[in-house]
Design a protein around this ligand. Structure first.
Ligand SMILES: NC(=O)c1ccc[n+]([C@@H]2O[C@H](COP(=O)([O-])OP(=O)(O)OC[C@H]3O[C@@H](n4cnc5c(N)ncnc54)[C@H](O)[C@@H]3O)[C@@H](O)[C@H]2O)c1
Length: 261
């Protein structure tokens, strides 16, 4: 199936490591041109080199803290300038530090909301005008099954649920201009090991989940009896960004083996 992504100009936020890296490599396999925006510049450069080897038309990086509106906008502008436009925004960046709500200091709330939700708004605001002008654009945001509510994830869940409302609204506002907006909702995607996580990864705070016992526990709760891997998420993102999904907008695809609904 030709996904029609050869030469497409793609921005992947949080694309340096783990799920974002898989998304980058998914687009690379389709011959897309890619800019990775991530605060972990060294890791992003490594992933960009892998993307070139995997077939990307080009692959570059921009360093930015995407939780800062001005930095996120500037990074997208830089990506637009280096590729001559942006056709696809894979708004994948996310961050969390799990904890029960009453133990969760309000000082952390803004970071969780800014990185998971506001970063997508900042990037969308930067790239939408160009997409509308060319009447070609796809935004695919990475939400989470936690958006439907999960213990020790309340603020993250609120941000990820906000992302669903945001992307669905964009779909309704900008569909007439040739822009689609969809979401992919992973369940738990446990990194293969410490080498799979970057210095800016939220897994730095969740290493307790990276063990066989936890994997087995989640597997038993998952109807397909297998955990999602980063490439499973990437496949859904690449499909939603592609011409094959031209009539799909405002939708959330759960890639969680049936876990949680
Ligand atoms: N892994 C899971 O189990 C899981 C489940 C559901 C949803 N998700 C979502 O999938 C996406 C990817 O998750 P992951 O597990 O690969 O995350 P991760 O923490 O392993 O990687 C996130 C990437 O984003 C970068 N990053 C983090 N904060 C940043 C910031 N402020 N500015 C710029 N870059 C920043 C990191 O450097 C890293 O490369 C996130 O949106 C996450 O919320 C993950």
């Amino acid at each position: 199936m030709d996904l029609g992504l050869e030469g497409a100009r793609v921005v992947v936020t949080g694309g340096a490591s783990h799920i974002g890296r898989a998304i980058v490599l998914g687009f690379a396999a389709e011959g897309a041109r890619i800019t990775i925006v991530d605060r972990d510049r060294a890791r992003a450069e490594e992933t960009a080199a892998e993307a070139l080897a995997a077939g990307a038309g080009e692959a570059g990086t921009v360093g930015a803290d995407l939780g800062e509106h001005e930095e996120a906008v500037a990074a997208c502008r830089e990506a637009e300038a280096r590729m001559g436009g942006v056709d696809v925004l894979a708004a994948n960046v996310g961050w969390n530090q799990p904890g029960f709500f009453l133990d969760y200091e309000p000082e952390i709330w803004p970071k969780v909301i800014d990185v998971n939700l506001t970063s997508c708004m900042s990037c969308a605001r930067a790239v939408l005008p160009g997409m509308m002008e060319r009447r070609r654009g796809a935004i695919v945001a990475t939400t989470s099954m936690a958006a439907f509510g999960e213990a020790r994830q309340s603020v993250y869940a609120a941000a990820k649920a906000g992302l669903v409302g945001f992307a669905r609204s964009l779909a309704k506002e900008y569909g007439r201009y040739g822009v689609r907006a969809n979401l992919v909702a992973p369940g738990l995607v446990i990194p293969a090991g410490e080498a799979a996580i970057g210095s800016g990864s939220m897994w730095q705070h969740q290493k307790d989940l990276m063990n066989e016992e936890q994997v087995d526990y989640v597997r038993r709760l998952t109807p397909t009896r297998q955990l999602s891997e980063p490439r499973d998420i990437a496949d859904a993102v690449v499909f939603l960004a592609s011409e094959r999904a031209r009539q799909v907008t405002g939708q959330t695809i759960s890639v969680a083996g049936g876990f949680g609904g």
